[in-house]
Design a protein around this ligand. Structure first.
Ligand SMILES: CC(C)(COP(=O)(O)OP(=O)(O)OC[C@H]1O[C@@H](n2cnc3c(N)ncnc32)[C@H](O)[C@@H]1OP(=O)(O)O)[C@@H](O)C(=O)NCCC(=O)NCCS
Length: 200
């Protein structure tokens, strides 16, 4: 265990908004999403709202990846990434993850995705979901390693497709490999590192 924890992402939590903006305005962090980095907090906030459940896309779940400051335990934890489900697609309910590039290569991505899956499969409200699909540019080696580590099976490659809804607006198509993650036969009790905030 690395010390990270996961909690529901919310635009009204200041550390989440700051963390989301920090990631989305960081060019390396958004490279594989085929979008331009955001250039203001307002722009990041507007995009963040569309990535959370909306009336048009209500049945998704997004968790913030939080890193406590062990040197100053009184300081609030930092949001360094996010993980969750994105939207329904012809291939199934999409899943995805993202970390700020300053924190890459420390095992956080792998741990966050595995723990998200444990939590997700145990959700009473998502029992109807039998498979998730991760859509990954084939050059995105780190992301492929994350899904392989979570037991995903390789599916089809789709040419000229949109990885995110935002790409439908900016017109950036790419080649996408589909990786399927099946609901496990035996669902565990959930994740010990997911924390619900008060009232959730
Ligand atoms: C994909 C991403 C979340 C990985 O996060 P991370 O915390 O760096 O990943 P981890 O440290 O857990 O590493 C996972 C594996 O990838 C490897 N890896 C990490 N960075 C790598 C890189 N740049 N090139 C090749 N392999 C890399 C690690 O060695 C590890 O390999 P292992 O399974 O053999 O141990 C992060 O790179 C990211 O946010 N990328 C931008 C957003 C993105 O691409 N999201 C996915 C869209 S489909």
């Amino acid at each position: 265990m690395s010390g990270i924890y996961l909690e529901p992402l919310s635009v009204s939590v200041e550390t989440h908004l700051q963390g989301f903006h920090s990631m989305c305005s960081d060019p390396p962090s958004v490279k594989w999403l085929f979008i331009e980095p955001t250039s203001s907090l307002e722009e990041s906030k507007a995009w963040m709202i569309t990535r959370l459940p909306t009336p048009e896309n209500p049945d998704i779940d997004k968790l913030a990846v939080m890193l406590p400051n062990h040197n100053s335990p009184n300081e609030p934890a930092k949001m360094i990434g996010l993980v969750g489900t994105n939207r329904y697609s012809p291939q199934g309910l999409e899943t995805g993850y993202m970390l700020h590039s300053s924190y890459w290569g420390r095992g956080y991505g792998k741990e966050a995705f595995k723990e998200f899956l444990k939590w997700f499969w145990a959700l009473e409200t998502r029992k109807n979901i039998m498979v998730l699909v991760a859509k990954i540019a084939p050059e995105n080696v780190a992301s492929e390693k994350i899904v392989k580590g979570a037991g995903a099976r390789k599916g089809e490659v789709i040419e000229n497709s949109f990885i995110l809804k935002k790409n439908e607006e900016n017109g950036n198509k790419s080649t996408i490999g589909c990786w399927y993650i099946d609901r496990p036969e035996k669902v565990s009790e959930g994740s010990k590192i997911v924390r619900m905030r008060g009232g959730e």
